[in-house]
Design a protein around this ligand. Structure first.
Ligand code: DX5
Ligand code: ZN
Length: 239
């Protein structure tokens, strides 16, 4: 039986958005770098928060989020890769996070934090690592605004895209319907973006492909062009 809540094969998904990952920028020029990609027409800025425990790397605290907030008026998509996301959620929202995503692996019972993020005025989202099944977030799809499917092991920019994760973006798109944000993060460039777009992902994080390109503006445009050509959403899970 056809589910009327799902788009027919070939129907367009939600608007595609590009979110460069600040982690890949030249940190000696943080403000200028963010302003440059902002002017290149990106939709959000993606900010990776790592604690050295949940992932083997350390990055930014709320003060850096506040600095990025001053450099752009666009939504800040703050990705928490930390062991106790509930402990710092409020600080990151006060610092300017528009969306706050955290890993289901760090908090298997995520409802209280989802509610707290929403009450504090930000949009909550859940993240799954490459080995975590899509089904682990299905019980919470009505409560969150977005699911982020990692396409590398979280921790570092510039890693190789893992194509085996793409099917999970399709499973989540199928389960959540067309008006839901499905984000992908890790190893995305103008080539790999095709398969994630066809699977139904509509929020594209790209670090090295944008910030480490010779011309970030041209890199954003190449990803945008590739998205425009591959946006015909189809349903590779159900056929
Ligand atoms: C990885 C981070 C990503 C990373 C993406 O743990 O979550 O956001 O910065 O960088 P690229 O696009 O270079 O893989
Ligand atoms: Zn990220």
């Amino acid at each position: 039986m056809t589910n009327p809540n799902l788009p027919q094969s070939g129907a367009p998904a939600r608007r595609t958005l590009i979110a460069p990952s600040v982690l890949a920028c030249d940190l000696t020029r943080l403000g200028d770098e963010v302003c440059a990609v902002d002017a290149a027409g990106v939709d959000w800025h993606h900010v990776d928060i790592m604690d050295g425990h949940f992932v083997p790397n350390l990055t930014f605290g709320p003060d850096i989020v506040m600095a990025i907030r001053r450099a752009s008026e666009k939504p800040l998509d703050v990705h928490l890769m930390i062991e106790e996301p509930g402990r710092y959620a409020e600080e990151f929202i006060r610092a300017g996070a528009s969306l706050l995503t955290f890993h289901i692996e760090a908090l298997p019972e995520p409802r209280p934090l989802i509610d707290k993020i929403r009450k504090l005025g930000a949009r909550p989202g859940l993240v799954i690592k490459p080995r975590t099944p899509a089904e682990s977030v299905f019980p919470f799809l009505k409560e969150v605004d977005m699911v982020l499917v990692m396409t590398v092991e979280p921790g570092f920019t510039g890693q190789k895209f893992m194509p085996e994760c793409v099917v999970k973006a399709a499973q989540i798109r199928r389960e959540a319907g067309p008006q839901f944000d499905v984000e992908v993060d890790g190893g995305i460039n103008e080539k790999t973006v095709r398969q994630v777009a066809l699977a139904g992902a509509n929020v594209i994080v790209a670090g090295a492909a944008i910030y480490r390109a010779d011309d970030p503006r041209a890199a954003v445009q190449r990803i945008r062009d590739s998205l425009d050509q591959n946006i015909r959403w189809r349903d590779p899970v159900g056929g």
